[in-house]
Every structure is written in structure tokens, then in C-alpha cells.
Design a protein around this ligand. Sequence first.
Ligand SMILES: Cc1ncc(COP(=O)(O)O)c(C=O)c1O
Length: 376
Amino acid sequence: MKKHPSMLVPEFIREIDPYIPSRPDSYLMAAYGIPVLHRLNNNENPFGPPPAAMETIQSLNPKDMAIYPSGDAFDLRCHMAEKLGISPDQILCGNGANEIIQFVISAYCEAGDNIITADKTFAVYEWVAEFSGVQARLTPMKDHGFDPEAMLAFMDERTKIFFICNPNNPTGTFWDKETLQKFLEAVDGRAMVVVDEAYCEFAEDETFPDALTLLDDHPNLLIFRTFSKMYGLAGLRIGYLIGQKDPVFDICRTRIVYSINSAAQKAAMAAFGDKEHIEKTKRMVKESKNWLKTRLEGMGLDVIAGEGNYLIAGLPFNDQLAYRKLIRKGYMVRTMTGFRYPNHIRITLREKPLMEDFAVALEEVLEERGYPRLLS
Ligand SMILES: Cc1ncc(COP(=O)(O)O)c(C=O)c1O
């Protein structure tokens, strides 16, 4: 019997609401009647990629676009491996760290398995698990951070992967080396432990761990990193994971070959490890973080700021409403209800003058809603 196409979709997929990405900036500017739109929503680097990567992008030959890229980012992996002092076989690249989340879940999980992460973190671990038919167990946070005990308590014989966002998006909390080590010892190889270090290059705290130093002792440890944040290459889509050779080989079974375009591979190679770019970006983020945190607290708002190029602020009203009010003033922030922080917005830390203008705009929104100007 003929069926409606939707009836061919498994029921657990039909229950999932598709993620609706925001409209292009040009569309939003026209819709809201604004001449500029400052992106404070996606934790992008306002400086763009490092200079060498910009040059590489500019020097690309359009004719070369007829050629398939390296299917496994061979040159890039060799380059990164040499700089990191590991083997190229310990690195797997993907079309953004997002794609790698999918590879890892596909490699380790089958129906009936579960993954464990926190309830207030980057949601893609949970989403990929769910549309893969795998249960996502979400543990409550402790002091806005991942709680190792709660995560272990949720573990059972069907737990295949723990996802730890270090530092956490959106709270900026992190596990130090000792916490990570103890957790790995407690898991004792019974499940994979993913440490997502998408924002590790921004870390200022001296106790922020170098997870690479734990790799030799822990074959079940996988480290995710990306070129989207510090390296300003979000538009080219490239991320990578590091692990011991055997797990990386296993994950290669489920990867999509040729998913990383040649421009991304070349630009990432030019960008990787540019210390000057990293230091310049960190200086800007640090200055803006300290300033904005104080300014927002002065307005009477609760602020959660840790590592990373973002902070979150609690508002006395709905975050979606704040989004709409702020976008009319030219600022796009990230609403946090989806991250289970209702009435909070996440703000990407950009250059201080822009943060100053943003603070004035937010203050006006608070006033429009009847909240007194707390700061003179
Ligand atoms: C914690 C975390 N992990 C992974 C990603 C995905 O990064 P990519 O752009 O490489 O897919 C993001 C992006 O926002 C993130 O915040």
C-alpha cells in the first residue's frame, strides 16, 4: 500500500523537532530595518583567521576546485601531528567538530545504548544521540559545572560515551587535570570519554588541563578540537579529534570521506598553532570579559563567566524577548532557554568598544521593560 513519505520515517525521528538555524544576516537586517548587525551569538573570532590562513585563502586557484580534496586531510594531519608530537594516525578530521560527534556516536553506539553528558551544555551531543536512536542521559550541573559523581552514578552497562565539554559552553567551567584523571580512572575503560576542547585555546587559568598528556594512559580518551573558534575558520567547517591509534582507526569506519573541502584543509594548515593570533585574541577576550562582567553586574544582572570567548547573563525577563529587542538595536545574542538556562543570554566577547555599545543597548532594553537604570 502506498504510504505518505512521513510514514517511512521511524517514529523516534518524527518526535524530533528540527533545529532551525537563524536567517542570514542580510535577511535579518532587512527584516528588522537595521543598517548593521553585530554577531554576538556564535562565539566567532572577530579578527577572522590568522594572517597566513587569510593569505592561503586568497591564493586559492579557482581551477583547483575541480579536484577532490584529500579524503582524510592527509597533509593537515601530518602537519598537526608533527607540531603536537603525536602520530598522524592519532588524528581524525571532520567537517566541523559537529560532524565528529556523529562519527563517534555511530562508531560506538547501537540502539539501546546510552551516552552521558550534562543538562546545561552544548546540545549537539544530545541531539546526535537522539536521532541515532541512542539515549542521552543528562546529569544535573554542580556550581554551573559538570559533576563527575553524578555522571558516574548515571552509568550502566549500556553507557558507551561520556561527553565532557571542557571548558563548558555556555558556563566556561572546566575540570582540571586531577578531576579528569580521577574520572578516567573511575570509568576504567568501560566507556569512551570525550573531552570537547572547542574553546581550549582561549583558556587563561593555569589549572586548565592539557588533556593530551593523559592520552598515553587512557585508550578510551578522545579529545575534540575545532578551527571554528580561535582560528576564525567557522565558515570553512573543519574540526578534529585526537586519540590513541586504535580508537581513531575504529572511528574511521564511520567517518564520511571527502567531507572536508580543500580550502578548509589548506587554511587550517596555515592557521594551526599561530601563537601571535592566539595571544592577540586572548588579550582582547580577557579585557572585554573583565569589563563586560563588571558592567553587567553593575546593572544588577547575574553573570556566569569562566574560560572561553563568551559569558552568560541572567535577565529579569524572557531571553527570546531580549533577543528581539537587542536585534532591533543591531546586536544578535544567543538565547539560552535551549541550553536550559531560561531568561539567560550568551554574549560572544568581542572588541571592548563594541562591548561598551552593547552594554548601553542592553541597558536601554532593561529600561524599556521598566527596570530602573541601576548604574549611573
Ligand atoms: C563546545 C562545542 N563543541 C563543538 C562545537 C562545534 O564546532 P564546529 O564548528 O567545529 O562544528 C561547538 C560550536 O559551537 C561548541 O561550542
